[in-house]
Design a protein around this ligand. Structure first.
Ligand SMILES: [Zn+2]
Length: 117
């Protein structure tokens, strides 16, 4: 379910972020982004990741992976792009069929950089 909630962005969430998932809602900043199928599919992938991790562990792992990136000297953007959940979502956001055949915990395949230096 998509919610439009512009006030959240810029106050709590960085201004450049266009959407977030607070399960079960996809919250977008601008109403016209509702028609951005790639963006919405990206967020739907996060909805699935959250569900299969029973929600709260998703957020803990998300923050942990981000902090690990920063501790390795990555910029904030690099650390964000290194998060396994984001890597999976960016890799498949343009494929609207992706969630139909996606295997359980597929995000694990995208965490390879966490174990590498
Ligand atoms: Zn994302």
């Amino acid at each position: 379910m998509i919610k439009i909630w512009p006030l959240l962005f810029g106050l709590i969430i960085p201004r450049r972020v266009r959407a977030i998932v607070l399960w079960p809602f996809i919250i977008i900043k601008r109403a016209d982004d509702r028609g951005d199928r790639v963006l919405i599919n990206h967020e739907r992938i996060h909805v699935r990741q959250q569900l299969e991790l029973l929600i709260l562990p998703f957020y803990l792992l998300y923050v942990l992976m981000y902090l690990m990136g920063l501790m390795r000297g990555m910029s904030r953007h690099e650390a964000y792009m290194a998060i396994a959940f984001e890597r999976e979502a960016y890799a498949h956001e343009a494929d609207e069929e992706y969630l139909k055949d996606r295997k359980f915990w597929s995000w694990l395949k995208y965490r390879r950089e966490l174990g590498q230096e």
